[in-house]
Design a protein. Sequence first.
Length: 224
Amino acid sequence: MKTLIGIGTYGIPEASRLARVHPRTASRWMRGSGSKQHGRVFQPDLPAVGNRHALSFLDLIDLLVVGRFRETGVSLQSVRRVYDRLSSILNTTHPFGHVRLLTDGQTIFMENFDQQGDEDLEEVLSGQKAMPDVLRPYLKQIEYSSDTNKAVRWNIADGIVIDPDRAFGKPIVAEEGTTTFVLAHAYWANDRNVDLVSDLYDVSTRAVIRAVEFETEFDARHAA
């Protein structure tokens, strides 16, 4: 049986919440629709179990980047072309989770997309031959392996990290290692008593506050 340690596992609702993408949209990008899988952008790492699909950590990063491209106005057809070209250039099944998207993004886009006459993408790049600015803050949150050049950790918020080697990739308070979900829900279940939750889980009050802030912010974003 394939271990999920170091891979991470996220159901579509959870992945879409973290990547700020609507669940139906995330599902379509991952598995497509119809016999020809129309709208599919990438093949997930994890096999479906019945009708239940899940994403790996690297799938989650791909979903994050695809979502930001679409936010910027890049058509899904262009996103697929970008994905396929980068897969070939970087020799990886997860091009949006590769360190070169951060370190050499401008060169990659300039050399491989602008010259291909992709008018939709050229318009988004505004003649600067650089990747959309909306991507940069997210890419800077990601840490990469020096061995594989692939994303290995997402510093999603202050003091909060998503690391597939810890808690199966669930958002955790970095210093404590406890999931934000557990701490935040304990806080709400105990009349918002920070000190009590701190004692119950043997974590700092700062960890509880960070977990609550993270869960509250992401719930608000997801509902928007």
